[in-house]
Design a binder for this molecule. Structure first.
Ligand code: LLP
Length: 417
């Protein structure tokens, strides 16, 4: 459910028309709905309420500090994977005690920053990282609370590029070696073992892989406890799928919560969950303007002013985003390709998509672009990052403005010679 809908044939974000935002900030831009973002958080929080979870919003999905701050005020924590994300979470007002630090390649400097802040947990992914974290903590006179990310060898995820829980993936420690690794950690003075962690992939629309992975980890928790480790926390990662308009209805958070409850409740584990897409995806759209309509050899081609640098998901994962005109067009549709201005054949958002008669100057919106949209944008082809706008009722605020060309180039310099 989201708050982007037509009113008198004009597409609105809550009470604001996308045309009005385009007039104010130009195109392309990302627009987020505050009500949708918070609704998604609330639905998940309600589904898991009896488990009193730490819902650590996975910042990578949509990292604007305004969005993190909205969720933090609602009670969310943050799942971060870099020093930059940690700084964003802190700046947005997330209490350090609600921050978990994931990621396969944390640097010592990042570890130091997180220890200084006093975060809730490091999700450690290798013995090398364990050794480094122990050394950094000891040097600071600190103790790092840790969980190991377990690789349960389960295949899951909407696309090969976003599956993370198979044995051959780079993520986590192999479940078969987990007991030995926990044993090694228990002998170190700079870390304190608190829990277990997993994250098996993203855009997972089948609950079975979760069930299998969770039950493998539940067994491991019993073994670890038998070995004398005080395992009190379970971090189940993120990964639940959202509807993109071409994949039916993924499981409801309530159904997912039931699967989580089966593992977390009997063992009395404090639950941590790291949702990203589930919270942000349907809360954002990318709005772009048609520049030209070409009659291609195969079909009509709409050339728009957004490119793969602004929304890379179609090029990267063959991802589908529904395309809605900002002003509803009556009449028949015809198959179109929708392409951007970037000099790459993969700069194509849709192929052979039935769309109404759109002409130069018309606006269109890519739906469900709130997660991994702006966050994966780049300046490729020296195209400045597009603005982000937050809509709340009848009001909208620019939460990231469009940089000037000078600002884009300002970090570079000519060598003196
Ligand atoms: N926790 C960890 C450790 C993760 O790596 C991720 C996502 C999440 C939580 C949040 O997962 P979610 O709830 O959003 O599925 N760029 C891709 C998705 C990559 C996901 C990376 N990790 C896409 O656009 O589909």
């Amino acid at each position: 459910m989201h708050h982007f809908a037509y009113r008198d044939d004009i597409l609105h974000a809550e009470d604001v028309s996308l045309e009005a935002i385009a007039d104010a900030v130009g195109t392309p831009f990302y627009a987020y709905s505050r009500a949708t973002l918070l609704r998604h958080y609330d639905v998940l929080a309600r589904a898991l309420a009896d488990l009193n979870p730490l819902i650590a919003y996975s910042v990578k999905a949509s990292p604007n500090i305004a969005l993190i701050a909205l969720l933090a005020r609602r009670g969310a924590g943050a799942d971060v994977v870099s020093g930059g994300e940690l700084m964003r979470a802190l700046k947005a007002g997330v209490p350090p005690g609600r921050i978990v630090f994931s990621g396969v390649g944390k640097t010592r400097e990042e570890m130091r920053l997180a220890l200084e802040a006093g975060i809730h947990q490091f999700n450690v992914e290798s013995e090398g990282e364990l050794g480094a974290l122990n050394e950094v903590a000891l040097a600071m006179g600190a103790v790092a609370p840790i969980a190991f990310r377990i690789n349960p060898d389960v295949k899951a995820g909407g696309h090969e590029k976003i599956s993370t829980g198979k044995a051959e993936d780079k993520f986590g420690v192999p479940i078969a070696r987990a007991r030995a690794i926990y044993g090694a950690a228990a002998r170190l003075q700079g870390v304190a073992v608190k829990g277990v962690d997993l994250h098996i992939g993203s855009q997972i629309s089948d609950l079975d892989p979760f069930r299998i992975a969770f039950s493998r980890v539940a067994e491991l928790v019993m073994d670890l406890r038998a070995d004398g480790h005080a395992i009190e926390r379970l971090d189940v990662g993120g990964g639940l799928a959202v509807p993109y308009g071409n994949n039916g209805d993924p499981p409801h958070p309530e159904q997912y919560a039931a699967v989580v409850r089966e593992i977390a409740a009997p063992q009395g584990l404090r639950l941590i969950i790291e949702p990203g897409r589930l919270i942000a995806a349907n809360a954002g759209v990318l709005v772009s303007r048609v520049l030209y309509v070409k009659e291609g050899a195969a079909r009509r081609i709409l050339v728009i002013d957004a490119g793969m640098n602004d929304l890379i998901r179609p090029a990267f994962y063959d991802a589908y985003h529904a395309i809605e005109p900002a002003r509803r067009k009556p009449g028949p549709t015809s198959p179109c390709d929708v392409v951007g201005p970037v000099c790459e054949s993969s700069d194509r958002f849709a192929k052979d998509r039935p769309l109404p008669e759109l002409g130069a100057g018309d606006l269109l919106a890519f739906m469900t672009a709130g997660a991994y949209g702006a966050s994966q944008a780049s300046e490729y082809n020296s195209r400045p990052l597009v603005p982000e706008v937050l809509v709340a009722g009848a009001r909208f605020d620019v939460i990231r403005r469009r940089p000037t060309f000078d600002e884009m180039i300002a970090r570079e310099s000519l060598p003196p010679s």
